[in-house]
Each structure stands twice: as structure tokens, then as C-alpha cells.
Ligand binder design. Structure first.
Ligand SMILES: Cc1cc2nc3c(=O)[nH]c(=O)nc-3n(C[C@H](O)[C@H](O)[C@H](O)COP(=O)(O)OP(=O)(O)OC[C@H]3O[C@@H](n4cnc5c(N)ncnc54)[C@H](O)[C@@H]3O)c2cc1C
Length: 375
């Protein structure tokens, strides 16, 4: 029997919805509140142990049906130059007996699948609602919501992303997100699949892409921009055009021909954060980006959120008390997540220094081998 009976999860993203599934399976009743009103975004790669975590949550097969599987011979991580000449095959993804194939999946499809599994497991999800106050009492946390309703919970989980308001409320002394010196840009291109997937580097920046089912291609680009600042749509478009124009590789030339002035380009600064051990205070626990956010250089931030959820479910199911469960959770999560956050940042800094891509590939290979150990 689980050591708690009722949890509130603030944030219906990857961390929140997957922990609703994991905790419901352990016998905990979960209420999820999500302040946003729709799930959008671009595509996300789920690889390594994170793909196994998705399977452990029972969601892998659903996602597989909507995803691009990256088989062992996939060229998605290969490194090419501006002309499209192969520079390196990229870091191989380690595998182990029974390991799941990595997936590239539309974030919306992933979240819809997680939400539907969470609801089938008994979780309630309220959209457009957030937690306003948390009164931590010895017997329960008393929570007041933005719609003036109230609830009593054994555990409150802040899964509300990098700008977490639960972190601000309960951990006012925690570090704030820090800018890495790089911006990311994502674009979902419509039309028939574009050839020769991989990561291309030119003198202007770096760009990678893979094709998804239903004639959509996911494109991600990285720019060095020393100071964080707001960019309007026109500036983002001009920056991306300049990047595309710096390539002569046929695939990127084809991509450039599909860029229209009204293309939906999602630009965002790469920020990072690592709340020091521990991520719980009283009855509140932070997970996912609320506790640890990274740049996407390893493509593992969402994967760490999935792993957090699975491990939390296991700790709650096997511990005698909440204190024991939270201590066990931290013992299993902190060092692993720290490796991902610190390596991702080191990769970003390497890139900004102009280090050769081969250095990045070596570092990625080493870290992927480390985190292929069981969570
Ligand atoms: C360019 C880019 C590419 C990436 N690519 C990958 C990749 O390929 N693979 C990978 O694994 N990771 C990737 N990541 C990282 C990944 O997106 C994040 O690590 C992941 O989304 C974290 O999930 P989360 O649930 O913790 O937070 P979020 O996804 O931010 O979800 C938080 C949720 O909480 C909600 N919320 C916020 N505030 C409140 C509130 N006060 N009350 C209620 N709800 C609230 C939000 O609306 C949101 O739905 C990438 C990140 C970037 C920026």
C-alpha cells in the first residue's frame, strides 16, 4: 500500500501528467491542475531510459503509433557541414536488453496520450486552474485554488515548469533560471519528407531536423546570442532566414524554399536551473523543469521528467512514510539529473567557444553511456 493517499499535481505537462499516472498506479488519488488551456509546441525526442520510462507508464505503444521511431541505424544524430557533407555519424545511442527504440513525437500527441492514461487511471484534471496558497499543516497541506475551491493533500507536487510558481511560493531562496547564451528555434514544416536528416553546422549556427508521420518535419536551430532579450516575430524570421541561407546542403535549400513570412517559428532562450538537493520542503516536492531545467543539447529534459515520475511512483509505493519516500526519491534522482543539466550546459558553452563538433560528440557519448544505467 502507498504511504500517502491523496496528491495534488500543479502543472499538466510531461512531469505532471506522467506522475499522475505513476502515483495513480501506486494507489494514490491524484488531482492535476493546469493553468494553460491548450497543448501545443513542437516535437520532442524521447530516448534512452526515458523511452523505457514511457513504457513503464504504459504509454509507449500509443506514442509509437504517432511517432517517428529512431532505429539503431537512424541517421538523425549524424553531423554534417554546411554543404551537407558527413562530418561524423554522431554519438551512438547505447542500448541494453529490452531497451525501447527512441521516438520523435509531437508534444501535443504525447501530452494527450499521457492525459488520457492519467484520467483512465482515476486522476482528475482541471484546466485553467492553479494553486494560489499552500498551508503546510502536520496532517495535510491545505490548498486554495484560483477558482476559490480548496483541497487537503498528503503531497503537493510542483510540476509547473522552469518558471514554477510553486517553487517561488515554497522555495523562495531557490536559484532562478539562468540564461545559457543561446537561443533555440523550432519549426514544424509541412509537406513531403525532407531528405538527409541530421545536424548541420554553418558559420552562422546549427540546425537539425527529422521527419514525422503525416508529412511534417521537425526543425530545431541553435543561435549564439550573448545577452538574453525579447525578439519580435520579424527579428526571429530574419535570424532564421539568415541561418538557412548559410547552407548549400540540398535538404536545407529545400527547407528554405518552404519558409513563408507567416511560418510559426517558436523561439526561446535556452535557460537552465538546478535546485540544490533537496527538492522537497514540508509536503511539497518539485519535479521536472521546476526542479531541474536544461538546454536541449542532450535532448533529455523531458526524459528526466518522465523518469522523475516513474521513480516517484516507485518510492511512494514501497516506503513506509512520506519522509522516507521523498528521501529515497532524492537519493535516486539528484546525481543523475545533475549530470544531464551540467553536461548540457557544458555542451552549450563548448559550442559558444567554437570548439570542434567532435569534442561535443565525445562528451555526449560519455554522458549517454552514464545515463543509460538504470534510473
Ligand atoms: C528547444 C527545446 C527542445 C527540447 N527538446 C527536448 C527533447 O528532444 N527531448 C527531451 O526530453 N526534452 C527536450 N526539451 C526539454 C523539455 O521540453 C522539458 O524538459 C520538459 O517539457 C519539462 O517538462 P515539465 O512537465 O517539467 O515542464 P513543462 O513542459 O514546462 O510543463 C509545465 C506545465 O505546467 C503548466 N503550468 C505552469 N505554471 C503553472 C501554474 N502556476 N499552475 C498550473 N499549471 C502551470 C504549464 O502550462 C505546462 O503545461 C527541449 C526543450 C527545449 C526548450
Amino acid at each position: 500500500m502507498a504511504c500517502i493517499s491523496k496528491a495534488l499535481i500543479v502543472g499538466g505537462g510531461i512531469a505532471g501528467l506522467s506522475s499522475a499516472i505513476a502515483l495513480s498506479r501506486a494507489g494514490v488519488h491524484c488531482d492535476v491542475v493546469e493553468v494553460g488551456r491548450s497543448w501545443g509546441g513542437a516535437s520532442i525526442g524521447i530516448s534512452g531510459r526515458a523511452a523505457d520510462a514511457l513504457a513503464e507508464l504504459g504509454v509507449y505503444d500509443d506514442c509509437y503509433a504517432a511517432a517517428t521511431p529512431f532505429q539503431r541505424d537512424s541517421t538523425v544524430a549524424q553531423q554534417l557541414d554546411a554543404a551537407g557533407t558527413l562530418v561524423s555519424p554522431g554519438p551512438p545511442r547505447p542500448d541494453w536488453p529490452g531497451s525501447k527504440v527512441a521516438l520523435g513525437v509531437y508534444r501535443k500527441a504525447l501530452l494527450e496520450s499521457l492525459a488520457s492514461h492519467a484520467q483512465r487511471g482515476g486522476a482528475s484534471i482541471r484546466i485553467g486552474v492553479t494553486a494560489k496558497t499552500i498551508d503546510d499543516q502536520p496532517a495535510a497541506a491545505l490548498v486554495r485554488f484560483s477558482d476559490d475551491s480548496e483541497g487537503r493533500y498528503d503531497l503537493v507536487i510542483g510540476a509547473d515548469g522552469i518558471n514554477s510558481s510553486i517553487r517561488a511560493l515554497v522555495f523562495p531562496d531557490a536559484p532562478k533560471p539562468a540564461y545559457s547564451g543561446q537561443f533555440s528555434l523550432r519549426w514544424m514544416v509541412e509537406g513531403s519528407p525532407i531528405g538527409q536528416e541530421g545536424w548541420y553546422t554553418s558559420s552562422v549556427g546549427r540546425l537539425g531536423f527529422y521527419n514525422l508521420p503525416k508529412d511534417v518535419t521537425y526543425v530545431a536551430a541553435v543561435f549564439n546570442i550573448p545577452e538574453i532579450r525579447w525578439m519580435d516575430k520579424a527579428e526571429v524570421h530574419a535570424l532564421f532566414t539568415q541561418l538557412l541561407d548559410s547552407f548549400t546542403a540540398p535538404a536545407i535549400v529545400e527547407m528554405r524554399s518552404r519558409l513563408t513570412p507567416d511560418a510559426e517559428l517558436i523561439a526561446r532562450p535556452f535557460e537552465w536551473l538546478l535546485v540544490p538537493d533537496s527538492w522537497h520542503r514540508g509536503r511539497t516536492l518539485l519535479i521536472g523543469d521546476a526542479a531541474h531545467a536544461t538546454t536541449a543539447h542532450l535532448g533529455m529534459g523531458g526524459g528526466m521528467a518522465l523518469e522523475d515520475a516513474v521513480v516517484l511512483g516507485q518510492c511512494v509505493a514501497t516506503s513506509q512514510s512520506l519522509d522516507e519516500a521523498l528521501a529515497l526519491f532524492m537519493a535516486r534522482r539528484y546525481a543523475r539529473v545533475r549530470t544531464v543539466v551540467e553536461t548540457s550546459l557544458a555542451l552549450s558553452q563548448q559550442e559558444q567557444r567554437g570548439a570542434p563538433r567532435s569534442e561535443a560528440v565525445t562528451m555526449m557519448k560519455r554522458t549517454l553511456a552514464t545515463i543509460s544505467e538504470s534510473y
